[in-house]
Ligand binder design. Structure first.
Ligand code: PMP
Length: 280
């Protein structure tokens, strides 16, 4: 099956999918989104992604949306595409209306989805680890809402690539380490895994929450608390978590090796446990 798109009820090949120019997502970034990964032909954490999508819309005062209809449409699209290992992208905008900052009247939201294959990672970065740079976090104050306004994330990622690295880590002005450009971040320090607490400054990642859950199950010491850049530099292990990222070791930050400069056992054990859950 070709990679498919859904635009307000119509399913078409991706290259034929278009949205109106006055879609508020296009003109104002007035849209929210989710990315769901599938393993073995099954969408993983489907309910969790839709719960977060619903929350994002409520936080932005979107009109009432029948989330069950959108879930059914996502299942229909995914089933039609019939791709075992896919990324299902779902975007909902506040609708199509003549350009004006104020909310439009009573108009329907626009729902757009795509299903694409996820290519295997080559080189195998999960095993080798990646290098990263730190960048100042200049995003807005509601990073907990998953909106399509991703320009700071785009610029951060490109800055990392231009520096010969794979990703960027956002660090606040006061030195607090937040998260990756499209992932959450954990460090292993003095035998404890640490990640930023859930605040409006980071996305409540679904993989982050799975990793916390696995830690609890396996009785790995873990804390949600703030830490600064010097603690990041001194960490024994650092890794990123995300739906597409899974658990990804970071082995160099700003040119300095993390720990012994190799992917560490904590990240690898968590990646293994995550894969077990994904495939069960
Ligand atoms: N933080 C940011 C900024 C992200 O874009 C993502 C990817 N959605 C994450 C964290 C990880 O979230 P999840 O595990 O739900 O994919």
């Amino acid at each position: 099956m070709p990679e498919l798109a859904y635009v307000n009820g119509r399913i078409v090949p991706i290259e034929d999918a278009v949205v109106p120019v006055e879609d508020r997502g296009y003109q104002f970034g007035d849209a929210v989104y989710e990315v769901i990964a599938s393993y073995g032909g099954k969408m993983f954490c489907f309910e969790e992604h839709f719960t977060r999508l619903d929350r994002s819309m409520k936080e932005l005062f979107f009109p009432i949306v029948h989330i069950d209809q959108i879930k059914r449409a996502a299942i229909e699209l995914f089933t039609k595409a019939d791709i075992e290992r896919a990324a299902v992208y779902i975007q909902i905008s506040r609708g199509v209306s003549p350009r004006n900052h104020s909310f439009p009247g009573d108009i329907p939201v626009q729902v757009v989805m795509t299903v694409r294959k996820i290519a295997g990672k080559n080189p195998p970065i999960q095993e080798l680890g990646i290098s990263a740079i730190t960048v100042e976090d200049f995003r807005w104050g509601r990073c907990d809402i998953k909106t399509v306004q991703l320009l700071p994330n785009v610029l951060a990622k490109q800055k990392a690539l231009d520096a010969g690295c794979y990703d960027a880590i956002f660090v606040a002005k006061d030195g607090i380490v937040r998260e990756g450009s499209s992932s959450n971040l954990f460090i292993l320090s003095e035998g404890t895994l640490i990640t930023h607490p859930l605040t409006p400054d980071i996305l409540p990642g679904i993989t982050r929450s799975l990793v916390l859950d696995i830690c609890q199950e396996k009785e790995y010491p873990v804390r949600e608390r703030f830490f600064d850049k010097s603690k990041l530099y001194d960490a024994v292990e650092v890794f990123l978590t995300g739906t597409i990222t899974e658990v990804l070791p970071v082995i160099r930050i700003d040119g300095r090796p993390v720990g012994n400069g190799k992917a560490g056992p904590a990240a690898s054990a968590l990646q293994e446990s995550l894969l077990k859950r994904l495939k069960s």
